[in-house]
Design a protein around this ligand. Structure first.
Ligand code: ZN
Length: 486
């Protein structure tokens, strides 16, 4: 079985019409019909797009260095000139709330119904450093060789910055104009904490939006013929466990010591860990309306590691080796998968502590003080019945014959800030049949991937921007139905 999640158009059509609502997309492939060809640029247009991309790669926008070197400012000016050059954007500007040395570039293409929730196309233009001595090609030359474009950021994620712009360039040639407004944000500092996105979310521009219907942000390349779409990230929890027990001279058989109790608990924690680990790569039927078979990946399971262990009766710089420690502690790093309720994890910790306590409450757990552990997952719903925008996204790719694999991102992206505000955000970088090269030496993108991505956004942006208020009514109706059924 292949590791894919294929949107079944038949099923989708049925579930939509049962609710008596409008069709999701006017261009869904009818079962059995051929997919719509992905736009392929003329030779001249492709060469021009690649050469603009090469120019963009040449700005060495390394996160921590660029405010000083001016690379951010120069790169932002390049982006602004590209967006201005499109000739149809209603506004292209630097966000007031971002510092001059780290501009956030915003472009607005106003829809015919500007009161509707907007489509946000986000990307970050900063990159991680490149160790020149470890690269076999220059990281900031935009070198073209063997049908590849080399350079830091070619996959993460300068490709997407330019694919948005190049797709718009083609869309405009069609005489297209959007129904709902399209906002583009190009942010710095994603690689070092996300202050660019934070500035946007605190801005008057963001606060004056009617709402965001759907945000697109970065994903990862896929090594297979499918593309990956990321709907969430795992929830990190740092936990401290403390056991209390009797003390005394270590020559005696002291029962139920703190260390014994703590070791009991670590056994349970490690058994849980093994159970999660065993699910990696296993084929399981998922409770997913359009999944055939899904293999579990790292983001799908909850990881747990014991990261510290402490016990002993301290004496100066050492410990009293003949004293039984009255206290033992450990810390756990837990990453809760969106498939597990955080409440279930905390219940499990409660049960472990209870079962390992020799006297009531002698083993207890708490969140590490400095960590604000969240009790809720911030994910984007991938149930098309609840989130028609996700359905529309899948269907649009399906019309181009592209199969999507929904996944949990293994690391952090700017999408987490959007999702925390309840904004539907999908991580998506349209690259397939290629190596994952982000943060690697000799990072590159295949020319064919870069060009295909333009074609993918060409279709996606037009479909997303064309959705009228019936889409919002459908979302609202689903929300009310879901709320009342809970
Ligand atoms: Zn990135």
């Amino acid at each position: 079985m292949t590791d894919v999640c294929i949107p079944l158009d038949l099923e989708k059509t049925a579930s939509v019409s049962n609710n008596g609502t409008a069709t999701l997309s006017s261009n869904t492939v009818a079962p059995g019909s051929l997919p719509k060809p992905i736009l392929s640029l003329s030779h001249e247009d492709a060469e021009a797009a690649i050469s603009r991309f090469q120019e963009f790669i040449r700005f060495p926008t390394v996160s921590a260095l660029s405010p000083e070197t001016g690379a951010y400012r120069e790169c932002a000016a390049f982006l602004k000139s590209q967006l201005d050059g499109l000739g149809v954007m209603d506004q292209v500007f630097y966000l007031d709330e971002a510092p001059d040395h780290s501009p956030v570039v915003v472009a607005v293409w106003k829809g015919s119904q500007p009161e509707l929730d907007v489509i946000l196309l986000n990307s970050h233009y900063d990159v991680v450093p490149a160790d020149v001595s470890a690269w076999t090609v220059p990281p900031f030359d935009g070198l073209r060789k063997d049908s590849k474009i080399y350079g830091r950021g070619t996959q993460d994620m300068k490709c997407v910055c330019m694919q948005y712009i190049e797709a718009l360039r083609q869309i405009i040639l069609n005489g297209y104009s959007p129904v709902r407004s399209i906002y583009l944000t190009f942010v710095p500092d994603e690689e070092i904490g996300g202050s660019g996105m934070a500035a946007f979310l605190e801005s008057t521009v963001y606060k004056s939006l009617p709402g965001i219907a759907l945000a697109l942000d970065e994903g990862l390349a896929s090594t297979t013929n499918t593309m990956d779409v990321f709907y969430g990230e795992r929830l990190p929890w740092w936990i401290s466990v403390t056991a209390q027990g009797p003390t005394g001279h270590a020559s005696r058989f002291i029962e139920n010591t703190a260390v014994e109790q703590l070791l009991e608990l670590t056994k349970k924690a490690l058994a849980f860990r093994q159970g999660q680990k065993d699910q990696l790569g296993m084929s399981l039927h998922e409770n997913c309306t359009h999944a055939l078979i899904k293999k579990k990946k790292l983001g799908d399971v909850t990881s747990l590691n014991i990261t510290t262990l402490q016990a002993g009766v301290p004496v100066g710089n050492t410990f009293a080796y003949n004293c039984v420690s009255p206290q033992a502690k450990c810390s756990l790093d837990i990453r809760i998968s969106p498939h597990m309720e955080p409440r279930d994890m905390s219940n499990l910790l409660d049960v472990w502590c209870q079962e390992c306590s020799s006297t009531p409450g002698s083993v207890s757990w708490s969140y590490l003080e400095e960590q604000n552990a969240s009790m809720t997952h911030a994910t984007t719903d991938t149930d098309r019945r609840v989130n028609p925008w996700y359905g529309l996204f899948c269907d649009t790719l399906s019309t181009m014959g592209i199969e999507l694999v929904p996944q949990v991102f293994p690391a952090a992206t700017d999408s987490r800030f959007l999702r925390a505000l309840g904004i539907r955000a999908l991580g998506f970088s349209p690259m397939r049949n290629t190596e994952i090269m982000l943060h690697e030496h000799d990072e590159y993108i295949l020319e064919s991937n870069f060009l295909e991505g333009i074609g993918v956004y060409y279709e996606l942006i037009q479909v997303l921007g064309a959705q009228g208020d019936e889409m919002d009514r459908m979302v609202e109706k689903k929300r009310i139905n879901t709320d009342s059924s809970n």
